[in-house]
Design a protein. Structure first.
Length: 204
């Protein structure tokens, strides 16, 4: 029953990291625009601290979700069975490499997956990720926003999407499905710059 609910209520029945543009999942994500991320929603981060999903110190926050990244060798035996996992490392690297541009625009970035904090921490250290990776193992953010998900390797995994949040924690833009990673990161930066209202260099 749980597998059925995960697949058909949070997901569209498919077992992949993305979805079709005209799917019910895509329509649900578009409906997030104009809605607020629940205030005070705090998740454990890869840096050992707890973080609000929406950064209070920034003019805007880009939140990207992904199924799972690899961790330094040896990899878990079932990691290769997670659809879309290979692209998650690239996505994190693209956001990492663009971090200076986000920072200069007054925009915070965080990545969210359902991996454990220690797995995220190992990855963040190995890849020198400068922003927090947040662990939604208890599915608090996933359930609150009904984020698209699928079950793989005995765990619920988030599909790739990007939210741009600003002003009273309102979701201003939602990118989904995310298939072209470089284009999606560049678009997220452009949209975040538009909605941010900088008061000086870098996040407040």
């Amino acid at each position: 029953m749980q597998d059925w609910a995960d697949r058909w209520l949070l997901g569209d029945g498919t077992l992949t990291a993305t979805a079709e543009d005209g799917s019910a999942e895509a329509a649900r994500v578009r409906e997030l625009v104009g809605t607020a991320v629940p205030p005070g929603l705090v998740l454990p981060g890869s840096d050992g601290a707890a973080h609000d999903v929406v950064a209070a110190h920034a003019d805007a926050t880009v939140v990207f979700t992904y199924p799972a990244t690899g961790v330094p060798s040896p990899l878990p035996d079932d990691w290769a069975d997670i659809p879309g996992a290979a692209g998650c490392t690239l996505e994190n690297r693209l956001f990492r490499d663009a971090w200076a541009s986000f920072h200069e625009a007054g925009v915070a970035v965080c990545g969210v997956s359902t991996q454990r904090p220690d797995e995220q921490a190992a990855f963040a250290t190995a890849e020198k990720v400068p922003f927090p990776l947040l662990s939604d193992t208890e599915l608090r953010l996933t359930a609150a926003l009904r984020l698209p998900a699928f079950r793989a390797a005995q765990q619920l995994r988030l599909k790739r999407l990007i939210l741009v949040v600003a002003g009273a924690d309102l979701t201003r833009h939602a990118l989904f499905p995310v298939t072209d990673l470089p284009t999606a990161v560049a678009e997220a930066l452009s949209l975040a710059r538009e909605v941010a209202q900088p008061t000086g260099p870098g996040p407040r």
